[in-house]
Design a protein around this ligand. Structure first.
Ligand code: SF4
Ligand code: FE
Length: 488
């Protein structure tokens, strides 16, 4: 396993083509806007080396028997699935942001099942290829971007009927030694902090879309790949000299658009090629795993709740009954989220490939809760934090020889609490509920791993309505079917 320093050095050696604010980024490792997101990924390495977290953060490879980072592991038991959920909460709580590495883990696990199932039906040899690739990822302890979301263009049209055929990533050339692909993947979490990009289709497909039914992996600095960074609210605060106004100056997340401009992929890295009948399965399996991964938001919720309790104490308001009640409400919502990500793991099962897969109904219910509860937790946080969170003068004013003393004097709260501490905790709440970390805590909770409607469709498909009706009709005496009447 790599140390966090070795991870950072390995990123330095990559030759990524990254654009931000219309300019090429010289070095993602040194860039002040990207760096906090890299620090968050680096935590997945440093915690794995920390004996305190070894049980959660590491696993034993089923391929080599060696100790590996859990982010490169294929789940081999229910215990593995439960530990994955716990790892998400742990990292969310220690970084207060999206730590990005789950998408690759979820892509690897989904591919471990889908490649096996394609081979079983079509007699192909994808699973062996995939396991060779997995061995490489585990040995090198790599970060993989799991790239699923295509730009999609006109949502009412399938890939082959789009006016611009590149709006879904597709194969443009088949060669003896591999394939050439063109298109893009949008909203890619952690893309420029990754060593590898694992590409998967984004929707289920029919025969006419077979050129779009492709899955593969390429090194992130492969020729023809360009990254265009997404903007985040308050991102340029990271360019300011002070740190207080950033709220969480050490960590953050990022997203990027990845453009594939005729990228060559050798055959040994192609894991699905025109098997359109498995596109839907791969999407569903990746999405279900990733919906479980939203355990991360429970950890971020821990940070927000801790910040709100602190803000209430700084204001001297912590004993007010409504404040106490609102904080109880925040905890109840946050722990309900935890119940969901633990439950879908605990109800997981072994698939024919030997990989353990989450309970898909519960994973979808969990993610549906994630599209709602963090918003309510954030609303309560802003309620308790008070208006100063958005009217507070800047760090420069706090430190100004002219007005600094007035800022300190008039924004003082409870006795003994330095005004600077009060401002720091409010800036953290601002960061989490409306600043750059709100991308991760709120909008990503809404749209990450599929938007709310995607989960509702899955819930309606997976719930056994007929069985519920059978029981209800039996108990109502409409049918003679009664399973459990005592004495019968
Ligand atoms: Fe992982 Fe959560 Fe970030 Fe998704 S949003 S990559 S699950 S930390
Ligand atoms: Fe996400």
């Amino acid at each position: 396993m790599k140390t966090s320093q070795e991870y950072i050095e390995s990123l330095r050696r990559l030759n990524l083509v990254v654009y931000m604010f219309g300019k090429r980024v010289e070095s993602v490792v040194e860039d002040p806007i990207v760096r906090p997101s890299l620090n968050a990924v680096a935590m997945t390495y440093s915690l794995a080396k920390n004996p305190k977290y070894e049980d959660i953060m590491t696993a034993t490879s089923h391929l080599t028997g060696k100790k590996i980072n859990r982010f490169t592991h294929i789940h081999r038991s229910v215990d593995d699935l439960v530990k994955k959920s716990k790892m998400g909460r742990l990292l969310g709580s220690l970084t207060g942001c999206c730590f990005q590495r789950c998408v690759g883990m979820d892509a690897l696990n989904a591919l471990s099942m889908t490649t096996y199932d394609i081979d079983a039906k079509h007699g192909t040899r994808y699973n062996g290829r995939f396991l060779d690739y997995l061995r490489y990822v585990q040995e090198e302890d790599l970060v993989c971007d799991g790239a699923m979301t295509d730009p999609k263009g006109d949502r009412s049209l399938p890939p082959h009927r789009q006016q611009d055929p590149d709006l879904f990533l597709h194969v443009v050339e088949e060669r003896k030694d591999g394939i050439v692909v063109r298109g893009a993947k949008a909203h890619q979490t952690g893309a420029v902090n990754s060593h590898e990009v694992i590409v998967m289709p984004t929707i289920s497909m029919r025969e006419e879309d077979r050129d779009y039914a492709v899955a593969f992996a390429v090194p992130s600095d492969t020729r023809g790949i360009t990254y265009i960074m997404g903007r985040q609210s308050c991102d340029t605060r990271k360019l300011e000299p002070g740190r207080i106004d950033r709220g969480n100056s050490a960590f953050g997340g990022h997203e990027a658009l990845i453009v594939f401009d005729d990228v060559f992929v050798p055959w040994d890295r192609v894991f699905m090629y025109k098997e359109y009948d498995f596109s839907g399965q791969l999407v569903e399996q990746f999405a279900s795993y990733h919906r479980q991964s939203y355990a991360c938001k429970v950890g971020v919720g821990d940070v927000l709740i801790g910040a709100v309790q602190t803000a209430a104490e700084y204001n001297g308001a912590q004993k007010a009954s409504h404040v106490k009640d609102k904080i109880i409400e925040m905890n109840q919502l946050n722990e309900t989220l935890y119940c969901g990500c633990i439950a879908c793991a605990a109800e997981g099962r072994c698939e024919p490939s030997g990989t353990y897969y989450v309970d898909t109904l519960l994973a979808n219910v969990h993610k549906q809760n994630v599209t709602r509860f963090p918003y309510e937790i954030a609303r309560l946080a802003q309620d308790i934090a008070g208006g100063l969170m958005v009217t507070c003068p800047s760090e420069e004013d706090l430190k100004s020889p002219e007005v600094g003393d007035w800022v300190k004097k008039y924004f003082r709260a409870a006795n003994g609490v330095p005004t600077e501490h009060r401002i720091r905790i409010l800036r953290l709440i601002e960061n989490l509920t409306m600043g750059s970390a709100a991308v991760g805590y709120l909008t990503e909770s809404m749209h990450g791993a599929g938007s709310p409607q995607a989960q509702r469709i899955m819930i309606s498909r997976l719930v056994d309505m007929k069985e519920k009706q059978r029981i209800a009709k039996g108990l109502a005496g409409i049918t003679a079917e009664r399973d459990t009447v005592p004495g019968k």
